[in-house]
Design a protein around this ligand. Structure first.
Ligand code: GLA
Length: 382
């Protein structure tokens, strides 16, 4: 199915979910946001590193309307929650309504809202479902208000909704990818300076396929927080704020414990690999990008220690398929999905191999999609 049609169907499903849950009411506005797939550059965004990523054709739609009763409502997959206010209460409504709080904090007048959600993006799979949900809802609210925002401001609001309102210690990667990714290409994001550039996807005969282990990670969880704290303490011990400033001799000589040294080795190597991956993409060197993806996985497994046996098994199964160029866990790790870069002719074999290695694992193919800035120019100013 063409991607535009899939986006419209998901938006229509969000609208139906809203009307089923809240009954007929004022006309609703909708917005769709894609997920994000990192190619190389994982667990470096909070260390000022480089990330090469794409937005994907699986995403989340939100349908929003003002609430006549003043009661807040959020609904997704048949679950309905209602509230008297938009603040977090520990349920499905938290992520859906956090944009209301973040937008008000920026000075916008946002009424009580009712929100329906529909998704094709698996949640908790490491494909930025949280950011997609929050960006879709924020964009739909802005559209309802006939308000506009720059891409930078929208990313700041979405990050603040997740980090400040919900207390999830994520970095800036997911929001920027979901908003700024170019259509049909990748985004090279410098999380140290905030600058981003676009790269075309040069291969007509290569695709990204994935498999979700079904074990869901939690970015708000203890292990993600710990990796972030360890990395930040290592950077502070060396007197730098970005892993792009690290050198190998400095890391080896640093007065830090063995765990922190491993984290520093990961962020230093991973940001170098992301730069090399962008070079491989510019040169159309598919094999090199694949090798860098597999090296990224090994570093995430051995140095940052965020992989699991199920993820490692999926990577091994994918890499054993002729035509697979490389494979890695995607997102925060501790569960979630693996993505593999494969020749198109080997895509099905790779999906079958991963499904076989994972039992009930859901497989999918990911196509680079434009981000919200390109999809919603009526709301997002350049
Ligand atoms: C999660 C976080 C991001 C980033 C990735 C790992 O998706 O939300 O900020 O840290 O993990 O690269």
């Amino acid at each position: 199915m063409p991607i535009g049609e899939a986006r419209e169907l998901t938006a229509a499903a969000a609208l139906r979910a809203l009307e089923d849950a809240a009954g007929p009411g004022s006309a609703a506005t909708t917005a769709w946001a894609p997920g994000r797939c990192t190619l190389v550059g994982e667990h470096v965004d909070y260390a000022g590193g480089l990330v090469l990523c794409v937005a994907v054709d699986l995403g989340i739609a939100a349908a929003v309307r003002g609430s006549a009763s003043g009661r807040y409502l959020a609904t997704s997959e048949g679950v309905i929650v209602t509230r008297t206010g938009p603040g977090p209460a520990g349920d499905l409504g938290d992520r859906v309504l956090a944009p209301v709080v973040a937008l008000r904090e920026r000075g916008l007048t946002v009424p009580a809202v009712e929100v329906g959600i529909a998704a094709t993006l698996p949640s908790g799979a490491g494909l930025a479902s949280s950011a997609a949900l929050i960006v879709a809802t924020t964009t739909a609210i802005l559209r309802m208000l006939s308000a506009t925002m720059t891409a930078r401001d929208l990313a700041a609001v979405a990050l603040s909704a997740e980090r400040d309102v919900l207390g999830i210690p994520c970095g800036p990667l997911d929001q920027r990818a979901v908003i700024d990714a170019p259509g049909g290409g990748a985004l090279l994001l410098d999380c140290g300076t905030g600058r981003a550039s676009s790269l075309a996807w040069p291969w007509e005969d290569a695709v990204l396929v994935g498999c979700d282990t079904g074990t869901h990670h939690d970015v708000g969880g203890v292990e993600y927080r710990r990796r972030r704290e360890e990395t930040e303490s290592g950077l502070a011990a060396l007197g730098v704020t970005s892993c792009q400033e690290l050198t190998e001799p400095e890391v080896e000589a640093a007065h830090v414990g063995p765990e922190v040294r491993r984290r520093l080795r990961h962020v230093m190597g991973e940001t170098e690999r992301a730069a090399a991956a962008a070079g491989a993409m510019r040169q159309g060197d598919l094999d090199a990008l694949g090798r860098l993806m597999s090296a990224s996985h090994r570093s995430l497994r051995d140095l940052h220690e965020v992989s699991t046996p199920a993820l490692d098994a999926l990577v091994g199964a994918a890499e054993a398929v002729p035509g697979c160029k490389g494979a890695r866990l995607v997102g925060a790790g501790f569960g979630g999905a693996v993505v593999a870069l494969v020749a198109s002719t080997a895509a099905q074999a790779c999906r079958d191999a991963m499904a076989g290695a994972c039992g009930a694992g859901r497989t999918f193919e990911l196509t680079p999609s434009p981000g919200v800035a390109a999809l919603s120019p009526d709301v997002v100013r350049g």
